[in-house]
Design a protein around this ligand. Structure first.
Ligand code: XIL
Length: 316
């Protein structure tokens, strides 16, 4: 049976990985597959390094859950992706509704990113320093960071992360930037302006939460548009959902769609790795987030490989 990380490395990629979450780690059948470093050469904590988990109240940091994932990566010989420093969501209310002035919020952002990235110094391949900064029309998301600091929070966070761990790769990560359009253009323009200002930035994460049967075209050229700006690209959160219940025909379509995404990454040298947003439908975030949708992962809820698994292999 093929192992995805092994196949990805043969195809010239740095890793094939998956998200995971602390609550899943007591499932021995789950952990047996997760721990196979030849299947998954990289893991991302789906929740436990987010702001609400790491700094639930100001200046009070908790790393127990994040450390569990970091230690798992270490014992399995897997790369670790830090996720994330600055995001409007899963943000504790002391930040989102804090009413801080610009100087105070700047210091809060710097402290948060320095402390969290610094805690994992030497342990991560990359960090999603900035998560989901744009609206779908390419305008800036008017969250507490933008409303208080305008765009200055982006270089602030990136510089803090670089100082805290000079070796980890610093990323901006977003969705609906997987294909050409206003949002992808806005992110490309941000990359250009950060690069020309000398702000540290190593990569762009394209999330790839997709809908089966509605795959946009031009995926490879969109990836290329980012890599030509001098950053690497990673597919950071791949899943491809369908309307429930699944059928053989829907699984066949999903296989094609997985292959389409993976082969787009394969075709661009600077697309360095792929992470699925958990590998089994048992723990996917999709059904609870998109009503009536699911079956988005390459393994089903009983840990059987779906046709999507073969689509991934075929794309590599
Ligand atoms: C999701 C997690 O998978 C869920 O468990 C949680 O309830 C909500 O967040 N984009 C991101 C991820 O960057 O952090 C999100 O993860 C999915 C969308």
């Amino acid at each position: 049976t093929q192992k995805l990380n092994t196949v990805a490395k043969s195809a010239g990629k740095t890793y094939f990985g998956t998200a995971t979450d602390n609550s899943e780690l007591s499932d021995s059948a789950y952990i047996a597959i997760l721990n196979d470093g030849t299947m998954f050469g990289q893991i991302t904590p789906a929740n436990s390094m987010k702001w609400d988990a790491t700094e639930p109240s100001r200046g009070s940091f908790t790393f127990t859950q994040g450390d569990q994932i970091a230690n798992l990566a270490k014992s399995n010989g897997q790369l670790l992706r830090g996720h994330n420093c600055v995001w409007y969501n899963q943000l504790p209310s002391w930040v989102s509704s804090g009413g801080f002035n610009a100087a105070t919020l700047s210091s809060i952002v710097t402290t948060h990113c320095s402390t969290v990235v610094g805690h994992y110094k030497g342990q991560t391949y990359a960090w999603d320093v900035i998560n989901e900064p744009f609206n779908d029309d390419g305008t800036w998301r008017t969250d507490v960071f933008y409303n208080t600091l305008n765009t200055s929070y982006v270089p602030l966070a990136l510089n803090a992360a670089r100082t805290a761990d000079p070796a980890t790769k610093l990323y901006i990560n977003d969705y609906n930037v997987e294909y050409a359009g206003a949002k992808s253009t806005a992110l490309q323009n941000l990359v250009k302006s950060l690069k020309s200002a000398g702000t540290p930035l190593d990569g762009v994460g394209l999330q790839y939460h997709m809908i089966s049967g509605s795959m946009p075209g031009g995926l490879a050229s969109n990836i290329q548009a980012f890599t030509s700006l001098g950053v690497e690209v990673a597919i950071t959160e791949l899943d491809i959902r369908m309307t429930l219940p699944p059928t053989a025909a829907k699984y066949a379509q999903q296989k094609t769609d997985y292959q389409t995404v993976i082969s787009a990454c394969k075709s661009v040298t600077g697309c360095i790795g792929i992470t699925i947003w958990d590998w089994t439908d048992k723990y996917s975030w999709v059904p609870s987030t998109f009503s009536g949708q699911g079956a988005a992962c390459p393994w089903d809820a009983t840990y059987l490989k779906k046709p999507a698994f073969d689509g991934i292999v075929a794309g590599l």
